[in-house]
Design a protein around this ligand. Structure first.
Ligand SMILES: Cc1cc2nc3c(=O)[nH]c(=O)nc-3n(C[C@H](O)[C@H](O)[C@H](O)COP(=O)(O)OP(=O)(O)OC[C@H]3O[C@@H](n4cnc5c(N)ncnc54)[C@H](O)[C@@H]3O)c2cc1C
Length: 416
């Protein structure tokens, strides 16, 4: 069924009785050409592009819970392509281009809203770093604008410009950045993949990976053994756990990242604002709630909840940036498990097992990457070679010492 204004009208006339489920609930087959572990954004996008772009339709996405229950439905919905390094910039810009046509592509309202992402700077050194990043973006054909203090004040008069510790000097703006309704992305890709024959198997946990002679033969699941010719892992925060079932030890640690939503307020924040002097970022949802977050909790965990110390830190940083929010009440908070790589950049690559492929290490920035990650992983699974925009995301960079360290923080997962 194609979604359109006409279909809403006609279904309304029929008492909304003829809507069909957006995807089937199939029983697993005994064999697939490709199995993807993880029904998050990346796994579902991979299955969609495998079927649509590469003609591989005998595919299953195996999800231990319901689709969208992981980070794809827990993130703060920000998309952007404001990266500095040549290995990152083309990939995230490719993703941005895919976002720009995603709703038409999927025939699904994902509320893609290019409302702008502004990174504030608070010192001369930070201004220089942001100028360099903005210039790198422009050289790659990505939009970037450096705003001075007056221009930022005109846009966002409620910020604390004269904060004694963190005076705001200006900001780096990417107008094409913005937000996308996160779980709609999972649903849209799931519907598109299902329409092309992909089986989405929910409530089915992968509990083992069977191997023979350096090759994967299939996966043990809570619904039985399923054979496959190729296996792709897209389990985000659980990547190291799933990979260990195949005897692999990944350069990844799992940490919690929390997010928060406030009570509904009248609209006052148009875009996304990030605080350059600490870890805080905020946007306002269509319902009026402030959607915000900060740093990861900093200790290793597979729990989808965080601790109060980070809540306090986030509240302090938010108040330093926008004093007026100090009396706003927080309605909800939650956590997600982040697959933190050692250099802060992802891995899309083959593994030491012949037909086992890995998509992981997204840290807390993988939502914006969803379309390109899905496309590039599908490319790798179907053709056996890396897509040109994802060449820098190979495993061997850790062996060669050629890290892709966007922030320049060094090889320490919790700092990225
Ligand atoms: C609070 C928070 C805020 C964030 N904000 C942003 C943001 O603003 N912008 C941005 O770009 N990124 C953001 N991120 C990061 C982004 O959400 C993730 O990097 C991205 O969603 C990860 O890819 P995914 O969608 O495939 O992951 P997930 O949705 O987590 O998918 C992985 C799936 O694998 C399943 N799985 C795990 N183990 C098994 C198993 N054994 N068998 C079967 N299935 C299994 C899980 O249940 C899960 O559904 C944020 C994350 C969090 C938690």
């Amino acid at each position: 069924m194609r979604y359109s204004a006409l279909s809403i009208f006609l279904n309304g006339l029929r008492g909304n009785q003829s809507w069909k489920p957006a995807w089937r609930e199939p029983q697993p087959k005994s064999h697939y050409d490709v199995i993807i572990v993880g029904g998050g954004g990346h796994g579902l996008a991979t299955a969609y592009y495998l079927a649509k772009e590469f003609g591989v339709t005998n595919v299953a996405v195996i999800e231990k819970s319901y689709i969208g229950s992981g980070n794809v439905g827990r993130n703060t919905t920000i998309i952007r392509s404001n990266y500095l390094l040549p290995g990152n910039n083309p990939f995230y810009e490719y993703s941005m281009k895919l976002w720009e046509s995603l709703e038409q592509e999927l025939n699904f309202n994902a509320m893609v809203s290019q409302r702008g992402v502004l990174n504030l700077f608070h010192s001369d050194a930070q201004r220089d770093a942001y100028t360099r990043r903005g210039n790198a973006m422009l050289l790659h054909g990505v939009d970037a604008e450096l705003l001075d203090r007056t221009a930022v004040r005109k846009m966002l008069p409620f910020l604390d410009f004269d904060n004694a510790r963190f005076p705001i000097q200006g900001g780096l703006l990417q107008r094409r950045g913005g937000t996308v309704r996160h779980d709609a992305v999972a649903w849209g890709y799931a519907r598109g993949a299902d329409q092309r024959g992909v089986d989405i198997i929910q409530n089915c946990e992968v509990i083992g990976i069977r191997r023979d002679n350096g090759r994967v033969t299939g996966v043990e699941t809570t619904k039985g053994f399923i054979r496959c010719a190729k296996l792709g892992l897209a389990a985000a925060g659980n990547s190291s756990r799933v990979a260990s079932m195949a005897g692999l030890k990944l350069p990844i640690e799992s940490h919690v990242l929390q997010a928060f939503v406030s009570e509904g307020l009248k609209p006052f924040i148009d875009g996304v604002i990030t605080f350059g002097a600490g870890h805080f970022y905020v946007s306002q949802s269509d319902k009026g709630g402030l959607v915000f977050g900060g740093d990861i909790d900093g200790y290793n965990s597979y729990a989808q909840r965080g601790n109060l110390a980070t809540v306090e830190h986030v509240a302090e940083a938010g108040k330093a940036m926008i004093p007026g929010i100090s009396r706003v009440r927080v309605l909800r908070s939650w956590g997600g498990i982040m697959d933190m790589s050692m250099d802060g950049s992802p891995i899309i690559d083959r593994t030491s097992l012949d037909n086992l492929y890995l998509n992981a290490g997204w840290c807390y920035g993988g939502f914006k990457a969803t379309p390109a990650s899905g496309f590039c992983f599908a490319h790798l699974l179907a053709r056996g070679v890396a897509h040109e925009t994802a060449r820098a995301f190979r495993f061997d960079r850790f062996e060669r010492g050629h890290l892709l360290d966007e922030k320049g923080q060094g090889a320490q997962a919790n700092l990225h």
